[in-house]
Design a protein around this ligand. Structure first.
Ligand SMILES: [Zn+2]
Length: 183
């Protein structure tokens, strides 16, 4: 595990523990980069299906009273924003590895973008565009290429894919919970 992945896990996942899997969603941190890439590539379709499974009568926007996190659609908007930010970072890396990246706070971004006021129907579309951008950004890079994350330190493209695949898997769980679907 690179300093980047260890730092990301420690800061972003409370009670992550010291295991080889996410304590909450079960994602294996050592997952193969190719499998992670496939998970990311299929994300838009997976979340579109998931949102559709809630049924047309379900209001996906307001948070349920018993659910502390974001609404189902907000998680999909979040994923689209995260993947697009990473596509931009990886483009920067491929152009000049010495250019440092800027960090962002996902909660501040959610507030600024008004995730809960954004249309549900466009969330998977936006996610699909980010997946497209990521593919373009990844094309000139290899899994072993290194970067320095502004907060978490040194990482590799493979670990970036692991982190992004975890985002997809973990937020699938969040969306299922928000929709009261079984995992
Ligand atoms: Zn997880």
């Amino acid at each position: 595990v690179t300093p980047f992945l260890a730092g990301a896990i420690a800061e972003m996942i409370p009670n992550a523990g010291d295991t080889d899997r996410c304590a909450e969603c079960g994602f294996a941190w050592a997952s193969a980069a190719a499998a992670c890439r496939a998970r990311v590539d299929g994300a838009a379709e997976a979340f579109e299906r998931l949102l559709a499974s809630a049924g047309s009568g379900t209001d996906l926007r307001p948070s349920e009273p018993d659910h502390d996190g974001w609404s189902a659609a907000a998680y999909v908007w979040h994923l689209g924003d995260v993947l697009r930010a990473w596509a931009e970072r990886l483009h920067t890396l491929s152009v000049d590895p010495s250019i440092s990246w800027a960090g962002f706070d996902p909660d501040e971004l959610a507030a600024a973008r008004h995730y809960d006021a954004l249309p549900v129907v466009t969330a998977p579309w936006a996610l699909a565009r980010s997946v497209d951008a990521l593919a373009v950004a990844l094309a000139p890079l290899t899994a072993d290429d290194g970067f320095v994350h502004p907060e978490w330190g040194q990482g590799t493209v493979a670990d970036a894919l692991r982190w992004l695949a975890h985002e997809v898997v973990h937020h699938e769980l969040d969306v299922r919970r928000a929709l009261h679907l079984r995992g």
